[in-house]
Design a protein around this ligand. Structure first.
Ligand code: NAD
Ligand code: WQD
Length: 338
């Protein structure tokens, strides 16, 4: 299939491109590079052994720009990664998040249907469950109250796409709820390249390990968890990328509306991740306990069995692989793509 990959220069998009090409698909990337670099696409091309990845520097809110892309290519489906994703920033700049993520996706969906492309895989998030009613979280678990505008954009866009699919059954919509993606391609050539101070745990750990930051702050050790620190379902980004390829197979069969958790089903605490990282990589990660971070929950991990039953997909990599590959990327690229 020929796939439009919005946000394809970013962390998850770049890893997904590799798995798409490996599975025999082709892709065109649309990205405005607001949180990424074209260098990631050059490296993806080197990994898959092609001259270049077709790329259009377009903002998904730019209807004319997007229409030109669709005029120039035939797409069988879109994998829609483009969006802003920093939770804290979304609290400071809610309008910018609703505009970018929601207006952008509304324009994309409209241009898609005008061009007769009604197959979409959407990057949603476990954040849509809010403070989950049950652990492990199944897709049956009701969506909850999000603690920030970023989360609401995901929850609202799920609703938009579900309603569109209900009104027009020609649409095939796959909502993928990611848990906590970390790790990097085993080549060490591509990985996560956050701007400024990392918000998420793993990039913070790798920047401490490489000497860019003095110590990790652990946000709270008084949660109701085995060691008091927050528990999450970390998933290797290569596994996550393969989940999209599996979802494409499903979409090709005319799947209607479907939603899947992409996680491993295992929860690790902050301190378990820190100690696994130190053990696997032989480096030290000094840390200090800090107060809880606003909006955090104690425990969040998936039941990923629906994706196994219906997509034949399950995560292959463990926490040691994730720690090793995150460090391999950071050590080889201390300044990311710069
Ligand atoms: P990322 O920031 O690395 O990638 C997003 C890409 O979208 C970037 O390359 C950015 O330049 C591009 N982009 C943003 N707004 C755009 C616009 N208006 N027009 C065109 N391009 C635009 O983030 P990621 O970690 O790769 O996440 C990909 C998707 O997965 C996002 O939608 C994110 O919300 C979602 N997601 C991420 C996580 C996570 O922890 N990384 C978890 C759950 C869901
Ligand atoms: C993980 C654990 C922190 C940083 C976020 C978004 C979610 C999704 C994935 C996009 C928590 C602790 C973290 C640090 C710490 N993204 N921590 N010190 O919060 O589970 O999920 O990313 O959709 O929507 O909310 O991920 O990596 O920020 O935190 O102690 O410096 O690590 O408190 O327990 P989170 P995270």
């Amino acid at each position: 299939m020929n796939i439009l990959v919005t946000g394809g220069a970013g962390f998850i998009g770049s890893h997904t491109l590799i798995e798409l090409y490996k599975a025999g698909h082709s892709a065109v990337v649309v990205d405005n590079l607001c949180n990424s670099s074209q260098e990631s696409l050059r490296r993806v091309a080197a990994i898959v052994g092609i001259e270049h990845i077709p790329f259009c520097q377009v903002d998904i809110r730019d209807r004319d720009g997007l229409s030109h892309v669709f005029d120039a290519h035939h797409f069988d489906a879109c994998i829609h990664f483009a969006g802003l994703k920093a939770v804290g920033e979304s609290v400071e700049k809610p309008w910018e998040y609703y505009d970018n993520n929601i207006s952008g996706t509304l324009v994309l969906l409209d241009v898609m249907r005008q061009h007769g492309c009604k197959n979409i895989i959407f990057s949603s998030s476990a954040t849509a469950y809010g403070n989950p009613q049950q652990i492990p979280i199944t897709e049956q678990c009701p969506k909850g109250q999000c603690s920030n505008p970023y989360g609401w954009t995901k929850s609202m866009l799920e609703q938009v796409m579900s309603d569109m699919q209900k009104a027009d059954p020609d649409w095939n919509v796959v909502l993928l709820r990611y848990f906590n993606p970390i790790g990097a391609h085993p080549s060490g050539l591509i990985g996560e390249d956050p701007n400024g101070i990392p918000n998420n745990l793993m990039p913070y750990i790798t920047q401490v390990a490489v000497g860019k930051r003095p110590q990790l702050g652990v946000f709270g050790n008084d949660y109701d968890t085995p060691d008091g620190t927050g528990v999450r379902d970390y998933i290797h980004v290569v596994d996550l990328a393969r989940g999209h390829v599996a979802a494409l197979k499903k979409i090709g069969q005319g799947s209607g509306l479907s939603v899947y958790n992409l996680g491993t089903g295992h929860g690790y605490s902050v301190l378990e991740v820190v100690h696994a990282f130190e053990r696997v990589n032989g480096v030290s990660v000094p840390y200090v306990i800090k107060p809880r971070r606003a909006g955090d929950i104690a425990t969040c991990y998936s039941d990923p069995s629906k994706a196994l039953d219906e997509l034949g997909w399950r995560a292959q990599y463990g926490i040691e692989d994730m720690c090793r590959d995150s460090w391999n990327w950071q050590r080889n690229n201390p300044d990311g793509y710069r």
